[in-house]
Structure formats: C-alpha cells, structure tokens
Design a protein around this ligand. Structure first.
Ligand code: GLN
Length: 491
C-alpha cells in the first residue's frame, strides 16, 4: 500500500476504502524493511498496534468520525505511554516501563489514533543530530551518510520515511524544527503551554514543548486539533484561540501579509544553497501578495549562550531524579552515594554529563548571579526584541538552519560546533513563541550530487498565533510541492 497522508487516509477510512488494520500492516512491513538502515525506532509492537487498529475499525464501522480516528502515529521515546518501555535514548532507563500516559498520548489514544512505535532520539533530548542516542544514530533518509538532525531524530525520520503520517517529537531549543528542515517534513513548536508537558520527560521545563510532526501543515493540524488546549495536570498549559479552525485547515490569504526578515538570521554564516532555497520560498510568499520587510532582533547574538546557560541549569536540576533508586537501571556499589555515582556514571552519556556539570556550576553559590540570573535577564531582552518586531510585522521568516544536514561525526566530537547548529532555533523558545519548519526546497548533496538535501524555512509568530501560523504554512504548501516530495527508499 502506498504511503499516504493523514488527509488521504482519513478520507479512505471514512469511506471504508481503507481499514486501520491494513494501514498498520503496511506500516510494519515498511518498518521491517527500512529499520535495519534508518534506525529511527527503539521499540515497536505489531500485535499491540493491530489491537488498537481493530478497535479503531470498530468505531469507524459504528459511524464515528473524528480527525485522527484510525490514523497511525509514532512517539518520541521521552513520552510516557502506559505499559510500554521508555528509554529517552539513555541506558540509565533500561527496564523502565511507563506507568501512565502523557496527556498528549492520552488525547491521541482517546481520539482513536493508532500508536505504532517509540522513536529514537538524542539522549534525554540533548543534541542536534541524533548521534547522542545510546541506541545508535538514526540516518537521514535523503542521504544515509548524513544526520537527520535532532533531538527528535526518530520521530522526524518516521514521517519522512512514511512509517506513519503523524508523529510527536519534543522541542526545547529546536528539536522538531531542525530535523524537520533536514528531512523535508513539517513540524510545529507550539506557543509554550499550548501542549501539555504532563508525561513528557523533563529536560528544561521552562522551554520544553511537545512538537507535532507531519508531511504538511494541513496534516499536522488534524493531530494538533486533538492535542491542543489546557490540561489540569500541567499548570502552565493554556487554551488556544482558533482551535476550531484546525480540523479543516484553510489556507490564509497572503495578500498584504507583512513578513519580517530578521537581518541577524541572514548574515554571512548561511551556506549558499540554504540561502537560495529560502530566497525562492520567500518569493512564493511575495508572488501571493505578501510584503517582505527587513527587521532587527538585536539580541540574537546572545540567544545561544542564554539558551545553553538556562537549559543546562534546568537539566542539572531535572535529571537529579535519575539516581538508581526510582527509575530504571542500578549499578549496586557499596552504600547509597557510591551506588548513585556508579549508576549515573555507567548510565548517562558524555553530553548529558557535560550538561549536568555545567548546569550545576551555573546554579552554584557565587556563580548563580553571574550566570543563571544574567541569562534570565538576557532572556527578557530577547523576548522584548520579538515583541518590538511584531509591532511592525505579522510573522517572521528565517532559514531553519544556516547549514545543510551535516555528515556523521562532523560535529559530534566538538560540543560547541554541535551547539552552533541551533543558532536559528533557540531564540523563539526563549521568548515562548510558536514557530515551525516547513519544506522550502532542495540542494544537491555536496559529495553525492545525485542526491538532494532538503532545506527548511522557519516561521515564527506572536504568542498564541499557532493556528494562524499553520494557515500561513498551508497557504505556502498550496502553491508549492516540496512537502510532497519523498526520499527514494526503494533499494
Ligand atoms: N539541540 C538543542 C539542545 O541540544 C535542542 C534540543 C531540544 O530541543 N530538545 O539543547
């Protein structure tokens, strides 16, 4: 069965031309064939998925209709899904089974969507390439010698390789947008609070957001429709205006739309093919009547430092719970302190340890004011830059990443080089703003010109403009077909 989109499959399911069971069977056949190469998944259960699909088919036969009923989806392995293992890309959680469903998982299950698998990821969502997983790297389906981007590497590749038309990743500082740009899919990081964090394993709580992933904005909106909105189990969660428009997303009218191009994102560091693809994408908006305008976000240069100070501080604190007592693996070694040290030493990878050390340092007496507090102040200035820009323009557009997907090993040994890959993705989360990456075009792969590498366009909107952002993306996707292109995985 050809891989379809949420929209196509929903239509087929409603008309009785397709069954959820047949979709699951096709998905597992595809995963069995491609997983030895792609390594996008860490756990899957054919029988369990078939059971959920049979239940969805029963609801369909009973005449029920809803936006995700019978649609297969894949979850990043940092979401709790009751009764299944959760590893967060780490050895330290070996043997851990989730005792409950994250709110976003519960909402998808209630809507009748069919869960297939847990997806590979950088350990505890720290990374930009997918190379920091304890379960091996995931490959970019467009060019297997290159990274898919991270940390939601497996969720993104699952959609790019058509295992499922919908997936959930998480985005703290770019983790759905960066890989979406690298793999030619559409991903949204909602306004902070629009998706509940209950049951998403915390990395940096003031930044973490679940991030829906699909081929197109219209597909993504179907899943987002059942996910968005306040959750009593997450006190930071909020309702979203315009949610009723999600189920049947209409393209925005682009005439007169003011698009701001922050000059700090169009400087010298951009690779030429990225610059060209983004320029061509912006021309499409212009041809539909949008007005492009240069704006400035003057504190952009501080965003990366600010993000990594705040992120590591929160990581140092959040990850103290993995102590060999409460979750997963334990290395017995003498008394409590020796056990704790031995468990964390054996269970955590180098990047996670680096961040715990950095974060603990930032929060320690004598350094707190110089680092953590200063970063909080910088965060306020970064948010104020965006507020000023949105007084002049409706939306901001930037490349998702200044570079094309890089080669394995190119940055993994140099933490600073890896952090720099996030240069364009960390500022919007610091300001709690909704942002997305949409397919913008392709460039020939530098070492294999017969292969094409995707380029992403990032859209950033004012707080709570998530639905509008999806409508803008949908309008762009109505005039382009980049998002409909798939990698050749036939051999
Ligand atoms: N690459 C960024 C980091 O490593 C973002 C990660 C994320 O969004 N989870 O912190």
């Amino acid at each position: 069965m050809a891989a379809g989109t949420v929209l196509e499959w929903r239509e087929g399911l409603d008309q009785g031309d397709l069954s959820a069971v047949s979709l699951v069977q096709a998905a597992f056949d595809r995963m069995d064939r491609l997983e030895p190469t792609l390594n996008a998944l860490v756990w899957r259960d054919r029988e369990g998925a078939l059971g959920a699909a049979r239940e969805a088919d029963r609801r369909l036969h009973a005449g029920e209709r809803s936006p995700m009923l019978g649609v297969p989806f894949i979850l990043k392995d940092n979401f709790n899904w009751a009764g299944t293992p959760m590893g967060c890309g780490s050895k330290i959680l070996q043997g851990y089974q989730s005792p409950y469903d994250a709110t976003v998982v519960a909402r998808l299950l209630r809507a009748g969507a069919v869960p297939l698998a847990k997806a590979n990821m950088d350990e505890f969502a720290m990374g930009s390439s997918g190379e920091y997983s304890a379960f091996g790297p995931t490959r970019n389906p467009w060019d297997g010698s290159r990274v898919p981007g991270g940390s939601s590497s497996g969720s993104i590749v699952s959609v790019a390789a058509s295992y499922a038309p919908f997936a959930l990743g998480s985005d703290t500082g770019g983790s759905v947008r960066l890989p979406a740009g690298f793999c030619n899919v559409t991903a949204l990081r909602p306004t902070y609070g629009v998706l509940s964090r209950h049951g998403l394993t915390a990395m940096a709580s003031s930044l973490d957001q679940p991030g829906p992933v699909a081929r197109s904005a219209a597909d993504l909106a179907k899943g987002f429709a059942v996910l968005a909105g306040r959750d009593p189990l997450d006190s930071t969660s909020v309702d979203i205006p315009g949610a009723e428009r999600l189920e049947d997303l209409r393209p925005a009218d682009l005439a007169g739309l003011r698009i701001g191009l922050p000059k700090e994102y169009f400087g010298e560091g951009i690779e030429a093919p990225v610059r060209e693809a983004v320029a061509a994408a912006l021309k499409v908006f212009e041809s539909q009547g949008a007005i492009l305008e240069e704006v400035s976000l003057p504190h952009t240069a501080w965003a990366l430092d600010t993000y990594y100070l705040l992120c590591t501080s929160e990581v140092g604190s959040n990850l103290s719970r993995f102590d060999g007592v409460r979750y997963g693996a334990r290395v017995p070694d003498g008394g409590f302190h020796a056990m704790l040290a031995a468990t964390r030493d054996a269970g955590l990878g180098a990047e996670v340890k680096r961040r715990i050390l950095l974060g603990t340092f930032c929060l320690s007496k004598g350094y707190y004011e110089a680092f953590y507090l200063k970063a909080l102040k910088a965060r306020t200035l970064i948010a104020a830059d965006f507020a000023k820009a949105f007084a002049k323009v409706d939306v901001l557009a930037t490349p998702t990443s200044p570079a094309l997907p890089f080669r394995f090993g190119e940055k993994s040994a140099d933490p600073i080089a890896m952090y720099l890959a996030d240069a364009y993705s960390v500022a919007a989360p610091l300001a709690a703003l909704p942002c997305m990456s949409i397919p913008a075009g392709f460039a020939p792969s530098p070492d294999t010109p017969s292969k094409r590498l995707p380029v992403g366009l990032q859209l950033i909107g004012p707080a709570l403009s998530d639905v509008r952002l999806l409508e803008l993306a949908h309008a762009f996707q109505c005039c382009t077909d980049h998002h409909a292109q798939s990698p050749d995985l036939s051999t």
